[in-house]
Design a protein around this ligand. Sequence first.
Ligand code: ADP
Ligand code: MG
Length: 332
Amino acid sequence: MPTVSLHGPEGRPARLYPQRMGEFDLIERYFKRPARRAVLGVGDDCALLQPTAGMQLAVSSDMLVEGRHFFPDVDPAALGHKALAVNLSDLAACGATPLAFTLALALPRVDETWLAGFSAGLLALADTHGCELVGGDTTQGPLNICITVFGEVPRGQALLRSGAQVGDDIYVSGTLGDARLALEALRGKFQLPPDALARARTRLERPEPRVALGQVLRGIASSTIDISDGLVGDLGHLLKASGVGAALNTDAALALMAADRKKLEYVLSGGDDYELAFTAPQSLREAVEAAAAHSGTMVTRVGHIEQQPGLRLLDAQGRPVAGNFRSFDHFG
Ligand code: ADP
Ligand code: MG
């Protein structure tokens, strides 16, 4: 797509890519691969997808902006991984199977080393999940990555935020808070031993979307959300959508931090976790455990749904825990 302003500072036509590699060479080299499941992939005006009969399409977009969502010097392969991972996490939360994605990319300049790393990280995760890159847009501008994913889910079986019932258990997958720990260490707030930093940093830079868990939770979970902005805030969205409230065991939640240095604030409102929070009837505890084992994902029970609206934070002895654990809000 051409840009509106095609004139340089002196009124001369400005080229979008002054470097040797042009827009179309760049797409060809780093983002075009033979179509597999897609009927038609990169190269035409539209991609063509053929959803399986009886399935509904699940669609979601997420944008990553330099300086806002990632450090300018982040490893490009990790960035490619994360850009897709955060989108796959939304499919996971719906119990959908990934099909394909599009990539809208604004690049300040053509840096082939960066592009090679970015596309390798991106396409490696895409291959892991059988999710095909079928199109996108490429333009010059401040580094900005916007991906739209398409998945499919049997008609009427998508997991939703609404659906939690009074008495249901609340579960969280994997670990929480370590991504925020890494972020604060990288910002220089404190120092971590090198191995601890490396482990936390993997959680920040290479989240593993819980796609397999989401799919096995279909028919078991009564409601689901992925945790991107922090447990308290995201669970709050689920409670609101379901018209219920909840009690959360903060000691159980705190135990979900993998690092030795545990901090309740990071667990409850750290953000960037990309785990699933879900509810299920107490009668399905064994089914939840079997589903978790089947998908190779740890899940932990951290609370239960109540009639009274709002989220009550209680320690293991049932005493109220004070604190204002707000979740991340770009405009808040
Ligand atoms: P249009 O002019 O129709 O917008 P473009 O010239 O922008 O198409 O893009 C040409 C082809 O390359 C299209 O099939 C488009 O989907 C694909 N494409 C553009 N950028 C990317 C990208 N970053 N990753 C994958 N495919 C891309
Ligand atoms: Mg285009």
